[in-house]
Design a protein around this ligand. Structure first.
Ligand code: ZN
Ligand code: ZN
Length: 217
């Protein structure tokens, strides 16, 4: 397979050039994993690359934008801060003054934004890179196995719990919340609107149907 040493083999396409330019050594492995295990769409994968490009450009610049912006956006970690900055630059519903402020901050910190934006990729570039450079089949979406579905949902639940815990911690350290010992749990429930029965995701996935479901034949 073409991706024997995916991290070290930069191809000739725009993504390969980004890998070299920003020294994104793990990028191809991450793309393969995000595609195969986490089933990210081409669009999400392109965003993933653009985040990494933006992150590398910011890290390579002189200012400490990340720290400032983390506070500003209330982001929990560097990944969230990057996503927030990227959103501020890209999302259509961002107020123009906020976008302008973020652009100014980045520029003042020494980030060459026009160049960075030139290096961002689209889902079309992503499709070509996966197909032609990494030999991944993108013709059809892979079928989702029940076990993968369970672990995706569990991963999200764990991450969600962690975010809630961190948010409470931030409130506590800002003195907006006082509690000695806090235990946070997040549970995800799925309800059949036909009969009203509620399941945990893993139970529903294991059963493969609701109790009320009648096989057509
Ligand atoms: Zn490529
Ligand atoms: Zn039902």
């Amino acid at each position: 397979m073409a991706a024997e040493r995916p991290g070290r083999r930069s191809c000739d396409c725009k993504i390969g050039r980004d890998i070299d330019r920003y020294q994104l050594d793990q990028l191809n492995e991450q793309l393969i994993r995000n595609r195969q295990d986490n089933e990210l769409s081409l669009r999400d994968l392109a965003t993933f690359v653009n985040h990494r490009v933006l992150e590398a450009a910011i890290e390579g610049a002189s200012g400490d934008v990340l720290e400032d912006e983390s506070d500003l956006f209330g982001a929990l970690d560097q990944k969230d801060a990057i996503a927030a900055i990227y959103g501020a630059l890209r999302d259509e519903d961002v107020p123009p003054d906020r976008r302008a402020r973020v652009r100014t901050r980045l520029t003042q910190a020494g980030v060459d934004l026009d160049t960075v934006e030139d290096h961002w990729v689209t889902h079309t570039t992503m499709r070509r890179h996966l197909q032609e450079c990494l030999d991944l089949d993108t013709s059809s979406e892979q079928t989702l196995e029940p076990d993968n579905a369970k672990s995706t949902i569990e991963w999200i639940r764990t991450r969600c719990t962690a975010i809630v815990v961190r948010t409470f911690e931030r409130l506590q350290s800002a003195d907006h919340l006082n509690i000695t010992d806090l235990d946070v749990s997040v549970s995800i429930r799925a309800t059949c609107t036909e009969c009203g029965k509620t399941y945990s995701p893993s139970k529903l996935i294991s059963r493969g149907h609701c109790d009320c479901y009648q096989d057509p034949d």
